[in-house]
Design a protein. Structure first.
Length: 378
């Protein structure tokens, strides 16, 4: 998800694309999970933050390796986004590989999130990588395979194979626009299959995720996955972004997760969520969450409110019928403010806009929500 402005979602109704086929319903049971196997944090910003002087501290103020803090807090997985050729040189293979080695030493699983872009990919932006501009559909399909295999193969060769992989990020309207947008489902399916094949060819035990935003929008999920399944796209897990300030009520998200896990016979994971610990900003960029009207009833913008939201999200995942909710991932929990480590890879002065939703406070100390994430339902 791009963090400069509020997400613009390409929902099923807005796209007005016919469903190609319907997947059969799968009967669910009432079994629920007490323990969540995935309690993750997206740490994609960490290398850039550290290169710009970021430090991280335990809750009592002791300076420590942030990955060690995550591990000691009980975090099971770290999510790492991958761009093709980013302007700032971060979020690429060269930075993912050493970060994966650190994670492996700490005992944290690796979750790779391919954007298939040089910059943010989300429902409003799925920009084709510059190096792929002149490729036709066959060439783009090959490029998706090669890029996926290159990164995942390198991870495996260095002894840090990925446990989870997303083939695309927040794919509401497709990927690699315009060739793979919602108007070209045959192309989109070819791109997805190429990425999925590359993942399984390089890392046979990997679990694959297809990820949409708008976790409370059941119409979107039925439209999108009905089309994907009808075209023979084979995946392991349904990923959802669910931010309460954008994506509807907890009840709507719960109903959607119950429906799609039964309808497609696949487990789900909340691939992105977050909540502010304050409405203040540490830099001069107005943060995305900055007004009391944006808050969810019962969850104040305080450290305790953030931790309470994480318990609610964990309960939401655990309550998916049939034990089909695998867990959740907190988006960019280590993206604290540091000058030069902004949201725009082309503009070092772009600012953060997210630091009041991190899991470390403005004094760089781990917030209570981090331990809640790692230990609650562990």
């Amino acid at each position: 998800m791009r963090r400069r402005s509020v997400l613009t979602a390409a929902g099923a109704a807005a796209l007005a694309v016919p469903v190609l086929g319907a997947a059969p319903a799968v009967a669910s049971t009432t079994k629920q999970r007490a323990r969540l196997e995935i309690r993750g944090v997206d740490i994609s910003s960490l290398p850039k933050n550290e290169d710009h002087g970021a430090v991280y501290r335990t809750a009592d103020g002791r300076r420590e390796d942030p990955i060690r803090i995550l591990a000691q807090s009980g975090v099971t997985h770290a999510r790492l986004k991958v761009w093709v050729n980013p302007a700032d040189g971060y979020n690429n293979k060269a930075h993912v590989l050493p970060l994966a080695r650190r994670l492996k030493r700490a005992g944290i699983g690796i979750w790779v999130d391919f954007h298939y872009s040089d910059t943010w990919a989300d429902p409003a932006h799925q920009t084709k990588p510059a190096a792929w501009t002149d490729l036709d559909v066959a060439g783009l399909t090959r490029a998706v395979y090669d890029h996926t295999a290159d990164v995942l193969g390198a991870l495996k060769r260095q002894g840090t194979p990925a446990d989870l992989v997303q083939i695309g990020n927040e794919l509401n309207g497709g990927m690699i626009w315009p060739d793979g947008n919602w108007e070209h489902w045959d192309n989109l399916a070819a791109f997805l299959k190429a990425g999925l094949s590359a993942a399984r060819d390089t890392t046979p035990r990997i679990r694959t995720i297809l990820h949409l935003a708008n976790g409370g929008d059941n119409g979107l999920y039925r439209w999108w996955f009905d089309n994907a399944v009808a075209l023979g796209v084979d995946f392991d897990i349904i990923g959802l972004s669910y931010y309460p300030f954008w994506h509807g009520t907890v009840e709507a998200a719960a109903a959607n997760m119950a429906d799609i896990t039964a309808r497609y016979g696949k487990p789900c994971v909340i691939a992105e969520t977050a909540y502010p610990f304050t409405l203040e900003s540490e830099d001069d960029v107005n943060d995305i969450m900055n007004d009391p009207s944006q808050l969810t009833d019962g969850y104040p913008a305080t450290p305790a409110g953030q931790a309470a939201w994480l318990r609610a999200v964990a309960d939401l995942a655990a309550a998916v019928p049939g034990g089909q909710g695998l867990g959740y991932c907190y988006w960019e929990g280590v993206w604290t403010y540091r000058a030069g480590s902004g949201w725009n890879p082309e503009d070092p002065a772009s600012g953060n806009a997210w630091e009041n939703l991190a899991l470390f406070d403005f004094d760089d100390k781990a917030l209570p929500g981090l331990k809640t994430l790692g230990r609650y339902r562990s």
